[in-house]
Design a protein around this ligand. Structure first.
Ligand code: ZN
Length: 299
């Protein structure tokens, strides 16, 4: 069975790094991912540079990456200005985040949930006119760092509302890594039933070591697109104690062993994870770089 892994290290992975990574290294990271077989890359965020300085060179990154048939670049977009920038920079996809709780929404996006839905609505219409692929992400879908539990009914009501604007993809994000597989299974299945025309995508952080179990629960419930970051780097600048995304190499190991087809070469991602550790001057959280694949490669 085919699974699409969206590489998010250049965006979610790097945006929480305190040291600014050079534009050249960001481009190298993307080039290495493409060479490994990745075809969808969340490359940048069109956020105001004052809020996330690491993303200030979004235009320069997108000007420097290779343009190839079948390779799709996504950018996070928060407002009209961000969409202007995304269109000018030549992204193929936009990802618009709607946060599930007002407190986190105000901190992360500077607007309420209701206003977030209106923003998505306007951005989706313009992006559709421009021929861009549209993903809408529901953040804090499994719990909020400020308000605590988020009811399943709250998330599903949001799914119902954002689905009206025709996204190709609805992503459920466990922004702070609190979800468990039972909850993932239920939300993914219900999202698929509410929005049968959209693909269900999932975004997991491994903050409490539930990320990989959640990823496989999502696949079993019908999700076909998973976000992961090489090395397992990442976090959210506006969510206290949020840690890295699930690691691309650790996810690929189990996908490969279980017979899921991704088109991505595990060995190459392991090498990129090690390289990323050198760039960031700290070992990455991913385990495959230490343990190696199994069976061991014979070359
Ligand atoms: Zn994230």
């Amino acid at each position: 069975m085919d699974v699409t892994v969206v590489e998010v290290a250049p965006r979610d992975g790097l945006q929480n790094e305190p040291e600014i990574v050079s534009t050249a290294d960001k481009i190298r990271l993307i080039e290495r991912s493409i060479a490994a077989g990745v075809r969808r890359i969340e490359a940048v965020s069109f956020v105001h540079p004052r809020r996330v300085p690491q993303m200030a060179d979004a235009e320069a990154v997108l000007a420097g990456v290779p343009r190839m048939d079948g390779v799709s670049y996504a950018g996070l977009v928060f407002n009209e200005r961000g969409l202007d920038r995304a269109l000018a920079a030549g992204v193929h996809e936009i990802n618009v985040v709607v946060v599930a709780t007002d407190t986190f929404s105000l901190r992360n996006q500077g607007c309420t949930v209701a206003d977030g839905i209106e923003r998505w609505r306007a951005l989706a219409a313009r992006a559709a006119d421009s021929g861009l692929v549209r993903t809408v992400t529901i953040a804090a879908a499994f719990g909020c760092p400020f308000e605590g539990e988020v009811a399943e009914s709250t998330v599903l009501e949001l799914v119902r509302r954002v689905a009206q604007d025709g996204p190709q993809e609805i992503a459920l994000a466990d922004t702070i890594g609190v979800g468990t597989p039972d909850r993932v299974r239920a939300l993914v299945a219900a999202t698929g039933a509410i929005a049968p025309d959209a693909d269900v995508r999932c975004h997991f952080h491994n903050t409490r070591n539930t990320g990989y179990a959640n990823a496989f629960a999502a696949l079993e419930a019908g999700a076909r697109v998973l976000d992961a970051s090489t090395g397992g780097i990442g976090g959210c600048p506006f969510a206290p104690a949020a840690t890295g995304n699930i690691a691309t190499e650790d996810l690929l190991y189990t996908l490969d062993r279980m017979g899921y087809v991704t088109g991505i070469d595990l060995g190459r991602v392991i090498e990129t994870g090690r390289w990323l550790g050198e760039v960031l001057a700290a070992p990455v959280p991913a385990l495959l770089g230490r343990a190696g694949p199994f069976p061991p490669e014979t070359k």
